[in-house]
Design a protein around this ligand. Sequence first.
Ligand code: S3P
Length: 190
Amino acid sequence: MPSDNHHKSLSKPETLQIRTNFQPIVLLGFMGAGKTSVARALANKLACEWVDLDKYVERKARKSIPEIFKSLGERAFRQLEIVSLKEVMLNGTVHVIALGGGAWTIEENRKAVAENNFLSIWLDAPFKLCWQRVTNEDANRPLAVNETAARKLFDLRRGIYEQATFKIEIKPENSPENIADQIISLVTGR
Ligand code: S3P
């Protein structure tokens, strides 16, 4: 059996080589657009590290997102989100980040993404698809109160999501792997 060290010394240069061929990426878009599953598929294909920002915030706060909203409020959540995003980008080993649906609407986050030279990609999924997924998943989203409120937020945010470097139109039939392939050809020109 190879030792852990042996395994590390074999896999590290490979990962580094693949990773340095790509500008690091943040995925943004509305709740239910598929940011987390696409980030996972993309990181798998690129053999790089990835982070789901919501999960990172939850670990940092030792609370679930609904608990953070309930006990500390949305403002405190946004502050945690800002600090977490900077931490993850500065870490230097993470190549793909799935943002939470509201992170890109905060100017400080957009600035930090640009300053850290991450590429921003908007997963532009239609509202109907997002809402279908949000209501089908048991993940508790404090800002998905009802369809009318969510649609309002969706319409309000589109103008800000549009500031991303790239946009990918998401159709219901697109699998995360398929979208990851589209992103790879977008960023490599292949
Ligand atoms: C939010 C989206 C959620 C999470 C939080 C707030 C938003 O992330 O960050 O509930 O403001 O749209 P997902 O987009 O991953 O659901």
